[in-house]
Design a protein around this ligand. Structure first.
Ligand code: ATP
Ligand code: MG
Length: 887
């Protein structure tokens, strides 16, 4: 057996099965397509279910892949066992009703012992209890000695998932030697320790189960196998665990360097190093498939893994963010098998960097709260943190449960996990209920689920008006043969399925068409269209009059003006995406989109606000393409050819062999099923309405075209005209100058007013002198002045001090919401020890205010205006006390 690198092993395997007539396919994305039962792809067969069940024809009946997989149930074992990662690659060969046990068992043996030269005496094989067939092939045909064979029960060696295809399996184990074992006398194949490591599982799906214990032998069974690539590499490279395999070890060593810890010196640190190594691989691959951190579903898995890695980084003493650095190493080590990693490099780094940064901000806040909770429990001698508290930490501070558990465990406290999960389930149900209430498509799918008609043919790319036949009907409650209008009132919610239709169904962000269906006996208005998973276009209609029957021939006509407006907005969206990538960079990817007849809304990945200059540039480039009047070419092409054209695909989306490619002027090329204009000139013109943030790292632009732009112009003109009238400008053009002049005039008037008020006030002050109280030779002047600015108060005080060096003045003025106290102390009064800064504090305190200043002048804000009189009346006493103090 010779040392072989992981990338080379992958190639050897795929090549070997190619020589056995298999079609090699690339890895499917981690996000399952049309499979709500699964959050993330966890095995080679998971994305191929439809081919196993015969629901879809596979491209060939023998297929081989190397599939990227995520298994979160293994998370607790990661870093602890030698053989579990949350991320790993699974090699597989698959037979869809083609070859069976007779072929696959000898191939597996030949690949391991022949191609890779693994010594046969190191291998052990398990079969299912009564699977004598497999047992005989292994022992008689292949020649595995009986003492290397074991039989396991249903628990371990029978693959079953609800009803449907299922069957026994056969696992191949590699004996890594007693030094890797648990040392117990009972240790043997199947022990949970790391000695006998399962490397390959061959599944023989030969039964059809009704889910109730009845198994029918399938006439044409399937084969599905799975071998962990890292585990195989671990064997071939004779290393301690998955993380020491060549490609993975480059990541591990990078973690070592970042943390300054040496791997192999301390088991606790080693676990953290392995956890980080694993989790950064999972998250890099998840980000590359378009998964963004969130609090739900796969986004939550992503967040949890990433935050767990960050937390282990802290445990190793790494200061500051470090995960983005590691991404590069992951890409370098895996790009041979997964070129998409390099393609999405910039994007992956941004997603991971942003989330790590967010986390470091929340972790400190959350840690404080958690530590508070823990202290509280300890002081009460309690040992369990409640589920509600753990949920709160999770919901508010983004603390994954396992992180809370780890930190609590360090303090000797457990977490009530069951109660936590109850809270989580409640939250998930709330979210689901909300989704369902917004979406009728699932319901319509059920309603027409039993229909046996062919899927609806969509003709709406080429025509907007055609005749078609009604194949199914519903009054909104159940399937029926005919629906009649209620007397003269229109009847809403009538659902019509046609054999073919020009109506576009809501899809890919584009809204559905509206229009009319009419036949001999009835007229219907189409208000919405949805496509069910089986391919039926369900037209939601209002029956205006008459009766419609299944089998009726109808004239289906789309509202052409509205459709044209939608096309303009859709093609403009493509041009805008291209312009955004040119102006902002290639990290811009579509994160969501919506087009109707008024606007286009486009969500995309970008990590700061788009500046007004950038927006203007995007707008300019899109309009340039519009005025250049370039034809829009739409072609159905083989996917490889489309990729060569540089067509932009949606992230994490798996496409069929033939894809529809929309090419707007050789400039913007995208995979798209929507409807478009024929020539960019039809768009008329393009205008951005707004730019905003929708989530971390996601921006939204709303824009409009043609009539939308004209409407905007009308609206703005109308606003300006009204402004002009209000400003008494003769012409819109004069508005800015008029507005500037008016505001200057206003400012000047204000100044004049202040001067007038000051003059008035000094006259008042003159008057005040006469009635001023005199305390031990100090004249005390107090006054309340409505509508006086702080500046005016200051001026008045200056005058007062000049005029009367023996005086203390206290003035309170209000302007708008603001009330200010000003205190001035003349020279002679100062000589008696009075200080404005001291007096102002005591006076202001009476009216809930505070301030300060110098001996000659001080100011304070006043909060409680009902106490203004009290404050002014207290001045005499305050001055008296101060004089006494200084006497
Ligand atoms: P184990 O019992 O060792 O966890 P399993 O029974 O879960 O393995 P299968 O579901 O049969 O494994 O998956 C097929 C193969 O995928 C396994 O034989 C193994 O080589 C690999 N594999 C499974 N889980 C992991 C994992 N968490 N990390 C790495 N490789 C794995
Ligand atoms: Mg497992």
């Amino acid at each position: 057996m010779q040392w072989t690198g992981l990338n080379e092993l992958r190639e050897k395997y795929l090549h070997y099965f190619e020589t056995k007539g298999h079609l090699r396919l690339g890895s499917f994305p981690l996000v399952p397509k049309d499979d709500p039962s699964l959050l993330l792809i966890n095995s080679g067969m998971a994305p191929m279910k439809k081919w196993f069940l015969g629901q879809e024809e596979p491209p060939r009946h023998r297929v081989t892949t190397c599939q990227k997989c995520i298994r979160t149930p293994d998370i607790e074992r990661v870093g602890i066992t030698a053989r579990h990662g949350t991320f790993f690659e699974m090699l597989g060969n698959f037979s869809f009703q083609d070859y069976f046990k007779e072929e696959v068992i000898p191939w597996a043996w030949e690949f391991l012992t022949g191609e890779l030269e693994i010594p046969a005496e190191k291998l052990y094989v398990s079969v299912y209890l009564d699977d004598d067939e497999a047992y005989d092939i292994w022992t008689k045909k292949v020649g595995v000695p009986e003492d290397h064979m074991v039989r396991f029960g249903k628990e371990d060696n029978f693959w079953e998932h609800g009803s449907g295809p299922c069957g026994p399996c056969s696992e191949i184990y590699y004996d890594r030697g007693p030094e890797h074992g648990c040392g117990k006398p009972t240790c043997k194949v199947g022990c949970d320790c790391d000695r006998y490591m399962e490397i390959w599982n061959l599944v023989f799906s030969q039964f059809d189960s009704d889910g109730k214990g009845h198994y029918e032998r399938l006439p044409k069974p399937n084969i599905d196998t799975g071998m962990g690539l890292e585990r195989l590499a671990c064997v071939m490279q004779d290393v301690g665990n998955l993380f020491e395999v060549d490609t993975v070890a480059s990541v591990l060593h990078h973690v070592e360097r970042l943390s300054g810890k040496k791997y192999g010196e301390n088991e606790k640190d080693d676990i953290s190093i392995r956890v980080i190594t694993d989790h950064i691989r999972s998250t890099t691959f998840m980000a590359s498939d378009g998964i963004l951190p969130s609090n739900e579903g796969r986004g939550y898995v992503f967040r949890r893994l990433l935050r767990r890695a960050a937390r282990h980084g802290r445990m190793l003493g790494i200061q500051g963010p470090f995960l983005t650095d590691l991404v590069e190493t992951v890409i370098v080590s895996s790009e041979a098998g997964y070129p998409e990693l390099r393609e999405h490099e910039e994007y992956i780094k941004k997603v991971i960097g942003t989330e790590e940064e967010r986390f470091s901000r929340t972790i400190d806040a959350g840690l404080n709260i958690l530590n508070g909770m823990l202290d509280d429990l300890k002081s009460k001698n309690e040992t369990v943190l409640s589920g509600a508290d753990a949920f709160k930490l999770n919901d508010t501070f983004g603390f994954p449960l396992d992180l809370t558990k780890e930190i609590a465990a360090e303090a000797g406290i457990q977490v009530d996990e069951d109660a936590f999960h109850v809270e989580m389930t409640k939250q998930r149900e709330r979210a689901r209920a909300e989704r369902l209430s917004k979406d009728i498509s699932g319901w319509a799918a059920d309603l027409f689920g039993e229909l046996s008609a062919e899927a609806t043919v969509f003709d709406g790319y080429d025509t907007l008006n055609e005749s078609a036949t009604v194949v199914a009907l519903s009054d909104g409650e159940e399937i029926c043969d005919a629906v009649a209008s209620d007397d003269s009132d229109p009847r809403e919610g009538v659902l019509v399925v046609l054999d073919h239709t020009p109506f576009y169904a809501e899809m890919g962000g584009q809204v559905a068409d509206t229009g009319y269906l009419s036949c001999k006996d009835a007229n219907l208005k189409v208000v919405g269209v949805k496509k069910t998973p089986k391919g039926y276009f369900v037209h939601t209609c209002t029956l205006l009059d008459g009766t419609i029957h299944v089998g009726d021939e109808v004239n289906a006509s789309v509202d052409t003006g509205r459709r044209a407006a939608i096309c303009r907005n859709h093609t403009a969206t493509h041009l805008m995406q291209k312009a955004l990538r040119e102006v902002l960079g290639d990290h811009v990817h579509q994160a969501g989109s919506y087009q109707d007849d008024h606007i286009t809304r486009f969500d995309f990945t970008h990590f700061s606000a788009v500046t007004p200059e950038e927006l203007a540039e995007v707008e300019r480039r899109v309009n340039e393409k519009i005025y250049a009047a370039i034809p829009v070419n739409i072609n159905n092409l083989p996917i490889e050819e489309a990729k060569k054209m540089g067509a932009m695909a949606l992230f994490g989306e798996k496409y069929g062999d033939i894809v529809r490619v929309v090419d707007a002027g050789n400039w913007s090329v995208e995979f798209c099923g929507g409807t478009h204009v024929h020539n960019t000139a039809e768009i008329g013109c393009f205008k951005i309405l707004s730019e905003s943030s929708v989530a971390a790292g996601i921006r939204r632009i709303e824009a409009t075209t043609a009539y939308g732009v004209l409407a905007l112009l009308d609206e703005r003109t109308e606003e300006l005209t009204r402004t002009a009238v209000a400003l008494k400008a003769n012409n819109i053009k004069d508005v800015p100058a008029r507005a500037e002049a008016m505001s200057a005039e206003l400012k000047e008037t204000g100044k004049q007013l202040d001067i007038a008020k000051a003059q008035l006030a000094s006259t008042q002050i003159e008057g005040m002198f006469e009635s001023a109280a005199i305390v031990e030779g100090v004249r005390i002047v107090t006054m309340f002045l409505n509508g006086t600015s702080p500046d005016t108060l200051r001026n008045m005080m200056d005058k007062l001090r000049d005029k009367a060096p023996d005086a203390v003045g206290a003035l309170i003025g209000t302007q708008g919401e603001k009330t200010t106290l000003a205190v001035g102390v003349g020279k002679q009064a100062q000589a008696k020890g009075l200080k404005a800064g001291v007096l102002v504090k005591q006076i202001a305190a009476i009216a809930g205010g505070n301030g300060g200043g110098k001996p000659d002048f001080a100011m304070a804000g006043i909060r409680d205006t009902s106490k203004i009189d009290d404050a002014l009346n207290a001045v005499q006493d305050i001055v008296k006390k101060e004089l006494e103090k200084n006497a």
